[in-house]
Design a protein around this ligand. Structure first.
Ligand code: ATP
Length: 277
């Protein structure tokens, strides 16, 4: 995934030498992204994991064109993030669902599809079908206030998949949910992804979540925010909840955990002051 050669044609996301520094109130500088390279194959599911403050969300926002870079380049399906955004090629699922409170579940996803779906010849996904895949068949005509937090988040996920984006950006969408709900939603997310097969970049703090969902796990470390490892997850799909108890699953979890801890033993490159490095 880390590469300095030409992007392969099948790379949906290509980040080269991305650097982003924030100026803090005391006029010091914090390097949120330090020469980050990332390549994500079209149609794959890639998670980004790392401790708080290591730059995961900054990287996700940079891919989505929401974060300016001082240097480096982001290409999404061979285009700039801005071009992809104006062609409505991104889906975005944040931590909180932000549904329209006066509209039913079905209307929330339908309105979003009407307003935001990219104008191309691909047929619009059948939203009622996607809602059923996400376990919301019985809840289609309910208002958001009548739903649990997990159901609201599932609605937000269907809303994003309903746009049939080229690239789905998901920023800790399950972080506010209990473990049981989280595991259920992981399964439903995998079912939705299997239906649509768009490229997914998924930020999480959870090792088991990253391993269960992903084809690859990108490990980041803080100060400065950087990629320290990219781990292939060669586990069979579909990945139901039983897989989480298998020795093969635990072996990949251990590999990710070791990589996260190893980053703390490394001597990181110096945190830079603008103008000095
Ligand atoms: N607008 C900003 N101004 C100043 N510092 C910022 C800004 N946005 C992010 N940062 C800092 O940049 C670093 C990376 O932030 P980012 O949100 O990308 O981390 P993260 O890995 O997603 O963290 P978390 O897991 O806690 O969400 C953090 O130290 C954060 O405090």
């Amino acid at each position: 995934m880390n590469s300095t050669s030409e992007s392969p044609v099948d790379a949906a996301i290509s980040v080269r030498g991305a650097r982003r520094t924030y100026e803090l109130e005391d006029f010091s500088h914090l390097v949120a992204l330090h020469d980050v390279d990332l390549e994500v194959k079209a149609g794959s599911f890639v998670s980004v994991i790392g401790p708080s403050g290591c730059g995961k969300s900054t990287l996700l926002r940079a891919v989505g064109g929401l974060e300016p870079l001082e240097s480096g380049e982001v290409r999404v399906c061979g285009r700039t993030p801005k071009e992809v955004a104006s062609a409505k090629g991104f889906g975005f699922v944040p931590q909180t669902p932000s549904l329209l409170p006066w509209l039913s579940v079905l209307k929330n996803v339908t309105v979003a599809q009407k307003v935001n779906r990219k104008h191309n010849r691909t047929p619009a996904p059948d939203l009622e079908h996607l809602l059923r895949v996400a376990g919301l068949g019985e809840a289609m005509h309910k208002l958001p206030r009548e739903l649990s937090g997990g159901m609201q988040q599932r609605t937000a996920i269907v809303r994003a998949f309903g746009l049939r984006p080229d690239v789905m950006l998901m920023d800790e969408p399950f972080s506010a949910l209990d473990e049981f709900t989280r595991e259920t939603l992981q399964g439903q997310l995998l079912d939705l992804w299997a239906e649509t097969r768009c490229t997914v970049l998924f930020v999480t703090h959870s090792i088991s979540e990253a391993v269960r969902l992903s084809d690859q796990v990108v490990v980041m470390a803080p100060r400065p925010g950087r990629v320290v490892d990219v781990i292939d997850v060669d586990l069979p799909r579909p990945r139901d909840a039983d897989l989480l108890k298998s020795p093969e699953f635990h072996a990949v979890e251990a590999r990710v955990r070791d990589s996260l801890w190893a980053a703390f033993d490394e001597v990181p490159p110096p945190v830079t002051q603008r103008g000095r490095v």
